[in-house]
Design a protein around this ligand. Structure first.
Ligand code: TPP
Length: 572
């Protein structure tokens, strides 16, 4: 006989869990008591949101299921943003929550929240465990659901009495769930139709999303593109699925996509979406998206087919298996005219910035990170302008090297996700690039990197603004800069509140030092290179704050709701 708490630890071990992120409280003390003897590592975070993003970053960097454990009530509600972030991007995660004892549920007990109710819409599946005998099976199911089909987060809510109750139940699989049978092989007829369409197309284009990375299908995707001469554009989530240094790569498409990618979407006669979901940030005005193309869509999730864009050739299946079938059926086709056209667009409109600027530009900082890490780092971003510049000015050549909250767009994701990524990939260079806004949302987790001797490097692009908000206000809201100035470097504002005008508020260098990390500040290109070098050579975590030009905008940009042909290149 084992307690429920022991069952949880045994089941996590059985599932191959190597590290759990979280924070204890009254309702999970039984679990934490057992954790004391568990063979895997536990990382104590400073906020449950941090725990969820760490589990998420760990999953994105390794391909394994990320795991976190929190208490009931506020512990559970603090996971909502992290669960929603993972849910939107299809990231496998299992979150274990404590719950008040079963007989108190519904009584407004201390630290009670309807966790399964609250998280229903932000998880792939969730459980409230009512009987300890079911625990081993439920945990095995949770890991299966999280990692199969389109991956996603699964939450298990375990009342305190269930943690303490004893059971002789075990579960050794296999998992069988009625109504949940993720597709594996694509339909052979549909695959043959697509192969035929690829042979006939004069201007085909592969539009690749995060599903290719989740499905570990980058090698197959690359082989298909090269064999059948198919140019490739990726979404933000798809960065790294295809080498961006390859001449077939058009870089990212969509709102802040490259001119070449967006023009190719508009001109192509066959658009092959692979593990992508036609997000509004990708399509712009749907009615004018890929107007001349037949659209094929390969995805494991049938619910995504024809959801926002009508698809002509749907192929539901595991992308890796479908791509393998396709590779066998396609052949090389001469598309030199199409390739020349694409190359010309790429040459005429590369991602660029003012290289003569007297002020330090954020794009330049990212380019320096690219040069100094030789393009081999794992880049983890927050959300905003810097996120888009990280897509433009760093070239990703391998999957799982660009980690970002694409679907939900969660500020505060970057630092904890980078810590999780570093935990999963101890030998990798992990660089978190954040804005001065986003970094302040989970800065408390820096101490976790210090405690665990994780050499995460944090680069803060400090423009004194919630930059992306400021850009939208400049472009679409009559320059009414309402509540977008953060003002770390705002001398007048400092003076007004009686601070020394030349003091940074907050002082990120001091924040770094207060957490036990190296803190450096750079205001010029030379200082940036020096600081980045020092940070990269430091064995522990380091923070490099770069004071960059405040008013810089991300271009090109497709205004919200406009078609991909209506790209804005500058305010001038
Ligand atoms: C949690 C959260 N709150 C609000 C937003 C809306 N938002 C999107 S970008 C942005 C500004 C980000 O500013 P900063 O972190 O300084 O990065 P920058 O855009 O300047 O690079 C805001 C507020 C968000 N994405 N996430």
């Amino acid at each position: 006989m084992r307690t429920g708490a022991k069952c949880v630890m045994d089941s996590l071990e059985q599932a191959g869990v190597k590290v759990v992120f979280g924070l204890p409280g009254g309702s999970v003390l039984d679990l934490f008591s057992e954790l004391y003897h568990a063979p895997f590592k536990f990382v104590l975070t400073r906020h449950e949101q941090g725990a969820t993003h760490m589990a998420d970053g760990y999953a994105r960097a390794t391909g394994e299921v990320g795991c976190c454990m929190v208490t009931s009530g506020p512990g559970a509600t603090n996971t909502v943003t992290g669960l929603a972030t993972a849910h939107m991007d299809g990231i496998p995660m299992v979150c274990i929550c404590g719950q008040v004892p079963s007989h108190m549920i519904g009584n407004d007990a201390f630290q009670e929240a309807d966790t399964t109710g609250i998280t229903r819409a932000v998880t792939k599946h969730n459980y409230l465990v009512k009987n300890v005998d079911e625990l081993p099976r439920i945990i095995a199911e949770a890991f299966y659901v999280a990692s199969s089909g389109k991956p996603g987060p699964v939450l298990i809510d375990i009342p305190k009495d269930v943690q303490r109750a004893k059971t002789s139940a075990t579960f050794s699989g296999p998992v069988e769930m009625r109504g949940y049978k993720p597709a594996a092989k694509g339909h052979p007829k549909q695959i043959a139709r697509l192969a035929e369409a690829i042979k006939k197309a004069r201007k085909p284009l592969l539009y690749v999303g995060g599903g290719v990375i989740a499905g570990n299908a980058s090698a197959e995707l690359t082989a298909l593109a090269r064999k059948a001469v198919l140019p490739v554009t990726t979404t933000l989530m798809g960065l790294g699925a295809f080498p961006e240094t390859d001449p077939l790569c058009l870089r990212m498409l969509g709102m802040h996509g490259s001119v070449a990618a967006n023009r190719a979407v508009t001109a192509c006669d066959l658009l092959i979406a692979v593990g992508a979901r036609f997000d509004d940030r990708v399509t712009g005005k749907v009615a004018e998206f890929a107007p001349h193309a037949d659209i094929a869509h390969i995805d494991i999730d049938p619910s995504t087919i024809s959801k926002s864009v009508q698809v002509d050739i749907p192929v539901v299946g595991d992308v890796k298996l479908v791509l393998r079938e396709l590779i066998a059926q396609v052949e090389a086709v001469d598309r030199s005219e199409w390739m020349a056209q694409i190359a010309a667009w790429g040459k005429e409109f590369p991602f660029e910035y003012d290289r003569k600027s007297k002020e330090l530009l954020p794009q330049c900082v990212i380019e320096k990170v690219y040069e100094l890490t030789k393009g081999e780092a794992i880049i983890v971003t927050d959300v905003g302008q810097h996120q888009m510049w990280c897509a433009h000015f760093y070239k990703y050549t391998r999957p799982r090297t660009f980690i970002s909250s694409g679907g939900l767009g969660t500020m505060g994701f970057g630092l904890p996700a980078a810590i999780g990524a570093q935990m999963g990939r101890p030998g990798a260079t992990v660089v978190n690039i954040s804005g001065d806004g986003g970094i302040q949302m989970n800065i408390q987790e820096l101490v976790v990197a210090v405690e665990h001797k994780l050499p995460v490097k944090v680069v803060i692009l400090n423009n004194g603004y919630l930059g992306m908000v400021r850009q939208w206000q400049e472009m679409f809201y009559k320059k009414e800069y309402s509540a977008s100035r953060l003002g770390q470097t705002d001398r007048a504002a400092n003076e007004k509140i009686g601070h020394r005008p030349d003091v940074y508020l907050p002082d990120f260098v001091k924040i770094a030092e207060a957490h036990g990390a190296l803190g450096l500040r750079a205001e010029t290109v030379e200082e940036t290179v020096r600081a980045l070098r020092e940070a990269l050579e430091t064995p522990g975590p380091a923070v490099v704050e770069c004071i960059v030009k405040p008013g810089e905008n991300v271009y090109p940009m497709v205004p919200p709701g406009a078609s991909l042909t209506e790209m804005v290149h500058s305010m001038a």
